[in-house]
Design a binder for this molecule. Structure first.
Ligand code: F6R
Length: 357
């Protein structure tokens, strides 16, 4: 397929997109609204006396919402949220655990296995899915189900997969109600969309500029623990799946204690790295200091180092401002590589091979 040469031509940008990835991105604010008022409003709450811990079990695009939940609730809720990306569950899972089993397709084998394990341990389960086998299992067991609309890629359904889980915790009284904050986030990203969308010219479009910088480079995305860490992971996944390109992520302060030493060799390859540092002015002051020093250590060694700052008022706006910027960057990068952002043939192949085993 021909690579898109001019990021300023909206029709050109969408030319390779056969699965409506651009459309899904455009629809993110509406998706979050539907998730908050429609999907979450219909959830039947589990009958559970006391919740000691919450586990979100899922993979890939269905797991990242769990990380958002974990980070968002960490400073607000006494009950811990653990994200499980595996066939098996941690030993502590039992009758006092609330498990969100999340699979957009409903057919991811690791999630189905974890669901069965949660059930055998007597945990309360809420399935989050468009249907598939997970939907059937939830029906069989009479487990509450958050029915997610189908037709898009799991990674484009973050609003559907994350927001209802947050609302459930609020309805269970574990968290303060944050409908206002969700509404503020939706309004905020609706405005932000105008600055990131295909129609916005490259001179004023941060996502297009970032894609250009990351083109023919290996992106290394850094966030900070507890805030932008999830976004760093999200950027990495979106670059992998949409642009079909490698990307790596890590967090501060941890990377100051290991990764930072690895910027000496091989010199020519290091010149192919472009480091993106996701920043939030609300990060710990010592982390800001660390970032300044760290930049000084790497900036002449790598191709370049670009900072992207969170914007917006509430925590959700700030998280989604960075997520939205990364999502758009990844589809523009796909256009520059001349690849359809939608299909993830290797994931499909792996799933098929495993099914036939
Ligand atoms: C595809 C994607 C993948 C899937 C993952 C799990 O868009 O993002 O990471 O999310 O393979 O599949 P589901 O979400 O159907 O459980």
């Amino acid at each position: 397929m021909d690579a898109v040469k001019d990021l300023n031509c909206p029709e050109e940008l969408c030319r390779l997109d056969t699965t409506g990835m651009f459309e899904a991105l455009e629809g993110l604010p509406a998706q979050c609204g539907q998730a908050c008022w429609d999907l979450a409003g219909k959830v039947e709450l589990p009958q559970i006396e006391a919740i000691s811990n919450i586990v979100v079990t899922g993979l890939g695009g269905s797991a990242i919402g769990g990380d958002l939940l974990r980070v968002y609730t960490a400073g607000k809720m006494a009950v811990p949220v653990i994200v499980n990306r595996d066939y098996v569950l941690p030993e502590f899972v039992g009758p006092d655990t609330l498990v969100f089993a999340v699979s957009y397709s409903g057919n991811t084998e690791e999630t189905l296995s974890a669901y069965e394990e949660a059930r055998s341990r007597g945990a309360s389960i809420i399935a989050v899915t468009t249907g598939g086998q997970l939907g059937e299992l939830a029906g069989r067991d009479g487990a509450p189900l958050i029915g997610v609309p189908g037709g898009i890629s799991p990674r484009a359904a973050t609003g559907f997969l994350f927001i209802p889980t947050l609302r459930v915790l609020q309805k269970l009284g574990l968290l303060e109600d944050s409908v206002d904050e969700i509404t503020e986030m939706i309004d905020f990203i609706r405005t932000l969309r105008g600055k990131l969308a295909p129609e916005a010219p490259q001179a004023e479009n941060q996502a297009k500029q970032l894609a250009q910088k990351l083109y023919n480079r290996i992106p290394v995305i850094w966030g900070s623990t507890g805030t932008t860490e999830v976004v760093a992971q999200r950027w990495k996944g979106q670059i992998n799946e949409n642009a079909k390109a490698p990307a790596y992520w890590n967090v501060l302060p941890e990377l100051n204690h290991n990764e930072i030493v690895g910027f000496q060799f091989p010199r020519e390859l290091l010149k192919k790295l472009h480091v993106v540092i996701l920043r939030d002015e609300r990060d710990h002051p010592r982390v800001h200091k660390r970032i300044e020093i760290t930049r000084g250590v790497i900036q002449d060694v790598v191709d370049g180092c670009t900072e992207v700052w969170a914007t917006g008022e509430g925590v959700l706006s700030r998280l989604f401002s960075l997520i939205y910027t990364g999502d758009y960057t990844s589809v523009y990068l796909a256009a520059l590589y001349g690849i359809d952002p939608g299909p993830v043939k290797v994931i499909d192949y792996l799933k098929k091979e495993l099914r036939n085993d």
